[in-house]
Design a protein around this ligand. Structure first.
Ligand SMILES: Nc1ncnc2c1ncn2[C@@H]1O[C@H](COP(=O)(O)OP(=O)(O)OP(=O)(O)O)[C@@H](O)[C@H]1O
Ligand SMILES: [Mg+2]
Length: 505
């Protein structure tokens, strides 16, 4: 099928100080999955928000099934058959699944009253069509991210959407949930729905998309048939150069042990975890999403209570710290979720980076603005953060650029141990290698680094040593030539209860 359902031409959108989209033309065909790619801040989400009625373009036309349309609100977009599934999910947690599906368009009876029965029945039909394992009455806040996503997709079903847009849908899904999502996408596709798919995960792009359009600085660089291109070609279009080397592993001259935990146990999350990391060393923690890695490091950092275990910090056993004490000791934890844990969205980048470390930037109660600005500039350059200036509120930044500020904030504390939880989630390929370089440099400078990653090439590329974690237990330990893709796959797919300490060298 090659019939175009939706096309846009000459779309331009400017925000104060930023030209987010410049003369963009793009189309979506029935029954295709069309990838939209580009660096952080390239304009992908903005273009999709224009289609979904969230932003009004400064210029340009949108054509839906050969008819020019004006999309003035999300409700209009939905009525016209365009549905956006957001980068950050946007459901109302207090409302039921059915209420969320029809939010803003609740069916009413002849008297204008909410027709609850119809609401439920219609929602149930939409959920059933998608094979969901939950009903219309469940409160959305109690569902996993993946199920919340299904609720959003059920909207597409309920409103008979012709075009469904996914903006980085797999960022927080487990592997199984991701497979389920791909099956749903395949189902939509065979029903003739046109799908726009945004992701920084190259493997997904090559697996499920038919065409790829690349945006750069708000301009279309070109559209390719997925089967006719490759990773290098797309990367070049995205960042305008070849990625010379992806990884730069730090030297292996480790110094004293910084952190050791023994027998760390949390009744419901993980048990009997032993690990240690030395100054100058990058320890990778690999596992599938849901294996307990985030919970483990949160416990070390004092965000969760340990039920058993010992913590040895720089050679001395200490009680498990509170997060404040952890920071004072010299630990930093860069969380995976920028929105809930990382940033104050209304504040500018400068404040977000420096606020937690006021002592560093003030003497006798006076802030050293120059020094603050210097630090801001340094991290903006190292991490290639796209912002109009130090005071631009971070909520105005693209998702990936927000993530970079979370990193900057913690690096700025000059810790002895830095724990990075999925440091490149939502980050484009070019900046990914900048972050990998930074990790190597931190280790060379003598920090102990723990990197949690679900991305195999990343964890293999940056780590000196890798522990695998499976269902709350350490399932393997690998160094040097033993760190291979196959070894990691085997280690995370074996049953968790197989005793594994014997594997550990
Ligand atoms: N509401 C807004 N106000 C001001 N600037 C904005 C707003 N929304 C987006 N921008 C700017 O527009 C540019 C494009 O952002 P957009 O979110 O579209 O990027 P993206 O391609 O989706 O990036 P990412 O991969 O990081 O999600 C960025 O420079 C961003 O800061
Ligand atoms: Mg985006």
């Amino acid at each position: 099928m090659t019939d175009v359902i939706l096309s846009v031409a000459g779309i331009t959108k400017t925000f104060p100080g930023v030209r987010a989209l410049a003369d963009v033309s793009f189309d979506v065909r029935a029954g295709e999955v069309h990838a939209l790619m580009g660096e952080n801040g390239a304009g992908k989400s903005t273009l999709m928000k224009v289609l979904a009625g969230l932003y009004k373009p400064d210029a340009g036309t949108i054509t839906l099934r050969d008819e020019p349309v004006t999309i003035t609100s999300p409700l209009v977009a939905r009525e016209k058959g365009i549905l956006l599934i957001h980068q950050e999910l946007s459901l109302s947690p207090e409302l039921s699944v059915a209420e969320n599906i029809y939010l803003g368009a609740w069916p009413t009876n002849a008297l204008g009253m909410l027709n609850k029965r119809k609401l439920r029945a219609d929602a149930k039909a939409a959920l059933d069509a998608l094979g969901c394992d939950f009903g219309p009455d469940v409160r959305v806040g109690t569902l996993s991210i993946a199920r919340q996503q299904m609720v959003e997709i059920a909207r597409a079903q309920a409103f008979n959407a012709d075009v469904v847009i996914f903006d980085e849908p797999t960022a927080s899904l487990t592997d199984g949930e991701r497979r389920q999502l791909f099956a749903t996408i395949a189902r939509l596709k065979s029903a003739g729905v046109g799908i726009v798919y945004i992701s920084h995960k190259m493997d997904e792009i090559f697996e499920i998309t038919d065409r790829i359009t690349v945006l750069r600085d708000g301009q279309v660089q070109g559209t390719r048939i997925t089967a006719d291109t490759d990773l290098a070609g797309i990367t070049r279009m995205m960042i305008g150069r070849d990625l010379a080397s992806y990884f730069h592993r730090a030297r292996e001259d480790f110094r004293d042990e910084v952190l050791r935990v023994e027998g760390l146990t949390h009744a419901s999350l993980f048990s009997g975890v032993d690990l240690s990391v030395r100054a100058g060393e990058v320890l990778g923690l690999y596992g599938l999403v849901g294996a307990g890695r985030s919970e483990l490091v949160e416990t070390i950092f004092g965000l969760r209570h340990a039920d058993a275990g010992r913590l040895i910090w720089k050679g001395q056993e200490i009680p498990f710290p509170t997060p404040r004490q952890a920071v004072d000791l010299g630990m930093a934890l860069v969380p995976e979720s920028r929105k809930e844990q990382g940033l104050v969205l209304g504040m500018g980048g400068r404040e977000n980076v420096t606020l937690p470390h006021l002592a560093m930037f003030s003497s006798a109660g006076v802030m050293d603005r120059g020094r603050e600005r210097e630090v801001f500039d340094t991290y903006r350059d190292i991490l290639d953060i796209k912002t109009t200036g130090p005071e631009q509120p971070v909520e105005k930044l693209s998702g990936g650029n927000q993530q970079k500020f979370v990193l900057a904030k913690w690096l700025c504390a000059a810790p002895s141990l830095i724990i990075l939880d999925e440091p490149t989630r939502g980050i484009d390929v070019g900046s990914k290698s900048a972050i990998h370089e930074l990790i190597a440099k931190l280790a060379e400078d003598g920090l102990a680094v723990i990197v949690i990653s679900s991305e195999m090439p990343e964890v293999l590329g940056v780590s000196h040593r890798i522990l695998t974690m499976t269902e709350g237990r350490i399932s393997g330990s690998f160094t040097g030539d033993g760190m291979t893709e196959q070894a990691l796959i085997d280690a995370v797919s074996q049953p968790a209860n197989r005793a594994v300490q014997e594997d550990i060298a």
